[in-house]
Design a protein around this ligand. Structure first.
Ligand code: HEC
Ligand code: HEC
Length: 290
């Protein structure tokens, strides 16, 4: 297939550049330029949905994987690595941890997490959104049902999956601290946060970075100031503290308020929902209240 030949070429090219120049930076730029049909850079709303594998068809998923993934991946126990790592028992295993495979630093950054239905869905829908400098030169699987089928197949070849998945699926509430506030706007805001933001952000004190930085105590904090997170230049150049009005503008349309930001997200159009989310963030911001 045409696009795969391109991918192969691109990957080969990038690897040699990396070897010669030792520069992952150059590699990622090349991957970006050569990845076919990379459309506008937005995650659909439905990617925030909880993925229900019950509707997944393992047989169809296996076929799709054979067509779309087997150029680069094997799926059998102890299968060799190709351009990508072997994917047997991938679900429930630590991200970017197949021994002997050289991952991009971008995917390696996720190695504190485990693969579950939720993050596989995000990864497979657009690998570059999940790990911006990934070396998986693959544009993603556009259809949600195809992704569900593929994930159901991956789960069927992952004996480690069931136990760990139930622990790590970010169905939010489990991972957050109990909301101390009984204010209904805050309670609603917490739900809205889980639905819209939690796929990329944690909200607990010292929570991990996901695709985006941790958001505990964000109000009044200097913008782009967390040392364990690499921000885009546009955010770093803001050089002010987070106000509720800035947050409102960011959440409404990240790319309008901060063009070129790494927050690739279509935004929350409802002023009401934004208000709730900001109330919730304020409840997590002791500094903001004083
Ligand atoms: C053009 C080659 C290519 C294609 C096609 C491809 N992948 Fe990958 N895949 C890679 C590479 C390379 C990596 C390592 C990525 C990195 O380090 O950034 C990877 C990584 C992964 C990982 C993470 C593995 C780990 O150890 O954490 C998963 C899961 C994955 N691919 C699934 C898929 C699925 C499912 C498909 C098909 C829908 C697919 N890939 C298609 C090359 C490919
Ligand atoms: C698809 C992933 C994604 C989603 C969904 C998302 N964000 Fe983000 N967010 C990011 C990324 C990535 C960054 C880093 C942006 C940069 O460096 O340009 C970020 C940055 C931020 C920051 C700046 C933090 C700081 O330390 O200065 C705030 C605040 C924020 N997001 C709030 C939200 C809220 C609230 C929501 C839900 C309405 C949300 N985000 C949804 C990915 C996301």
């Amino acid at each position: 297939m045409d696009s795969f030949d391109w991918n192969r070429l691109a990957v080969a090219g990038v690897f040699s550049v990396c070897v010669l120049a030792g520069a992952w930076g150059i590699g990622s730029v090349m991957i970006r330029d050569t990845t076919p049909f990379r459309p506008a850079f937005f995650i659909d709303g439905d990617q925030n949905e909880h993925i229900d594998l019950a509707s997944g068809n393992v047989t169809k998923g296996k076929e799709l994987a054979a067509q779309q993934c087997s150029l680069c991946h094997t799926f059998t126990k102890d299968g060799p690595q190709k351009i990508g790592p072997n994917l047997y028992d991938i679900m429930g295993s630590q991200i970017a941890s197949v021994p002997g495979f050289y991952y991009s630093t971008s995917l390696k950054k996720h190695d504190i997490e485990y693969w579950n239905a939720q993050n596989l869905n995000l990864w497979l829908s657009r690998p570059m959104n999940f790990a911006p400098d990934t070396i998986m030169a693959y544009p993603g699987v556009p259809s949600t049902q195809d992704r569900i089928n593929i994930i159901a197949y991956l789960k069927s070849i992952s004996p480690s999956a069931p136990a760990i998945e139930s622990k790590t699926t970010p169905t939010a509430n489990k991972q957050s601290e109990p909301t101390k506030d009984k204010n209904p706007q805050v309670v609603q805001g917490k739900e809205d946060f889980q639905r819209n933001c939690a796929v990329c952000h944690t909200d607990t004190q010292n929570g991990n970075a996901r695709l985006g930085p941790n958001l505990y105590n964000i109000i009044n904090k200097p913008i782009a100031s967390q040392s364990n997170y690499t921000y885009s230049g546009v955010l770093k150049n803001k050089k002010t503290n987070w106000t509720e009005s800035d947050l409102d503008q960011l959440i409404e349309n990240p790319q309008k308020w901060a063009p070129g930001s790494k927050m690739i997200y279509k935004g929350v159009s409802s002023a009401e929902v934004r208000k709730n989310i900001i109330s919730y963030l304020r409840s997590l911001s002791p500094q903001g209240n004083h």
